[in-house]
Design a binder for this molecule. Sequence first.
Ligand code: PAF
Length: 286
Amino acid sequence: MITLHSVRELRAAVAHARSEGKSIGFVPTMGSLHSGHAALIEKAVQRADFVVASIFVNPLQFGPNEDLASYPRPLVADQEKLLSAGCNLLFAPSVEAIYPDGMQDQTRVSVPGVSQGLCGASRPGHFDGVATVVCKLLNIVQPDMAVFGQKDYQQLAVIRALVRDLNLPVQIIGEPTVRDADGLALSSRNAYLSAAQRAAAPALYACLRRLATALHAGERDLSLLIAAGKAELNDAGLRPDYLEIREANSLRMPSAKDAQLVILVAAFLGQTRLIDNLLVDLEQPH
Ligand code: PAF
């Protein structure tokens, strides 16, 4: 696996792979890689001949009081993980390589609708930052397909809308969330948790599962379900940011007719904000 830092070198390497008739798969990341990222790379390896991963901690998607400065950047360990997952090329640009004229006057991409509410409400500007950098990375790499984790469910919806609305010629693949044995979704931010917080964290997924079971059992009073879920999170020592049930594709509030739902949650354990989600298909037996 080679590591490249400049847009020019990256474009030349991808052009070379294309000249050999290879299809290009792409996995954008912010590094601090875990088995969830390895699953994304492995999916890209299954689907494409030449797999590019990027590691770029994108300042544009962090709010002023968020963890941009402290976000872990273990490049050597990440390179080893990418290599063993079968990645061919790591693109690890500097902030200057991605935003050569600074971020102030950078053209922004904004995806209305699915960016609003949920994490979009708690993290103003976050999805504009994500959409902008993903648009730039897709234009730099020009892959045939790109793989994203379903753990960032709203982000995936934003990226699907971006690609559709701007007619970008790339197939977007959503890969299921990888979890620890106790149900906690893998996340680079889990590294911030103390032992006591880590012990409390599985309550997030347990809450999603209980709500899903209640929906399958016929409960349709969503406000009641959400109030019970939030109480459960509080009892477990988590501070809910939001807990919502939405229509799974559009992320709009569900109507009584909708059978494809998604339960989405964000909650704080100390300063660490964790997110998770669970799809509920009311047409399938639980
Ligand atoms: O999910 C992430 O790691 C980031 O939001 C992404 C998609 C790489 C954009 O910076």
